[in-house]
Write a new protein. Structure first.
Length: 67
């Protein structure tokens, strides 16, 4: 991150037992997984966090339900 000048903008938290506590604090979530999309997307949507996702059928269904 230092090489890109992002050390003050990006936080790598490591393993957490309470990730949902951080979802509402995020400015944006990026979901690149092809396997665990819907459960993770649902958690971010519940926290009101905007998402960037791959084109997945499950993500499209979730997106349609949140609008």
């Amino acid at each position: 991150m230092e090489g890109l000048g992002l050390q003050d903008k990006v936080v790598f938290c490591g393993h957490r037992s309470d990730p949902e506590a951080l979802f509402a604090l995020a400015d944006l979530s990026v979901l690149t997984s092809t396997r665990e999309g819907l459960p993770v997307a649902a958690q971010f949507m519940a926290a009101g966090c905007p998402m960037v996702v791959r084109e997945l059928r499950a993500a499209e269904k979730a997106k349609g339900q949140s609008e």
